[in-house]
Design a protein around this ligand. Structure first.
Ligand code: AHQ
Length: 244
């Protein structure tokens, strides 16, 4: 992704408050405002749409540890890696335990009526979902690790969105076993921790105006890919011969 700073290269760096405000302003582009999530939260999604969503978002979830491993592989600093590696364990689970976010997501799928083998086969993953998620993984492989860290700052907005989603799913879709929503409950604790660490690193390492703007651009890129992912899920499979 080629980045061209908008300010002239000698512009004064933002103050910490200005930088945080520029990052948080990206929240207006967060996917909690996407029509699909708006319909989800209003109780308007069909069972088929929820099943399409869970099977496609699996591709995002199973890609998170891969992009976090890419960040680790680009980061030469032990202290940063010691912190960041927890994200991989959170999703993959610990050795020998049937734990972790990916396992929880499969349980979410089962509670929505999609068996785990169908989800893990990824045969229901739509092209637009695959390409937007792969764009995220490749961004984290190719960009300097600090900006890949900054791209994870959508999690500044995640917990608020997930709180609303949890209430909506429990209220409007009584056929979903509440135990299947455990994944989102776990994010309410993990995401704020992760977001705070990613924000601290971004503030500490992005000291020039160009780096600050590049961090904001990385976050903007991430809000776009989350939006594109939901666009594909919202439209469904429009290819010739697609069922339904
Ligand atoms: O379940 C989510 C998750 O594990 C992560 C990791 C983080 C990252 O490193 O980019 N982002 C993220 C997100 C998760 N869930 C999304 C949702 O709406 O359910 C939100 C998403 C994000 O905000 O980036």
């Amino acid at each position: 992704m080629t980045f061209t700073p908008t300010a002239d290269i000698d512009a004064a760096p933002w103050t910490e408050d200005e930088f945080v405000a520029a990052l948080r302003a990206q929240g207006t582009r967060y996917h909690d405002q996407h029509p699909f999530h708006v319909r989800m939260n209003a109780g308007e999604l069909s069972r088929e749409e929820l099943q399409r969503w869970v099977a496609n978002r699996y591709y995002y979830q199973r890609s998170i540890p891969i992009k976090d491993a890419a960040i680790l592989s680009n980061c030469p600093e032990v202290e940063i890696r010691r912190e960041w590696i927890s994200r991989i364990i959170d999703h993959d689970g610990a050795e020998g335990e049937s734990s972790g976010g990916i396992e929880s997501w499969l349980r979410l799928g089962e509670s929505l009526g999609v068996d785990r083998e169908t989800i893990r086969s990824e045969r229901l993953v739509l092209p637009g979902v695959r390409y937007s998620v792969d764009a995220y993984v490749n961004f984290c492989r190719q960009e300097p690790w600090v900006f890949a860290v900054a791209s994870s700052l959508t999690e500044l907005f995640g917990p608020g969105a997930i709180k609303v989603r949890l209430v909506a799913l429990e209220e409007h879709y009584p056929w979903i076993d509440p135990a299947g929503l455990e994944y989102f409950r776990s994010r309410l604790t993990l995401a704020p921790r992760d977001a705070q660490y990613a924000l601290d690193v971004s503030l500490e390492r992005c000291r020039t105006r160009a780096d600050q703007e590049r961090a904001v651009a990385a976050l903007s890129f991430k809000t776009d890919l989350l939006w594109a992912q939901l666009d594909a899920i919202d439209r469904g499979d429009t290819r010739p011969g697609a069922e339904g």
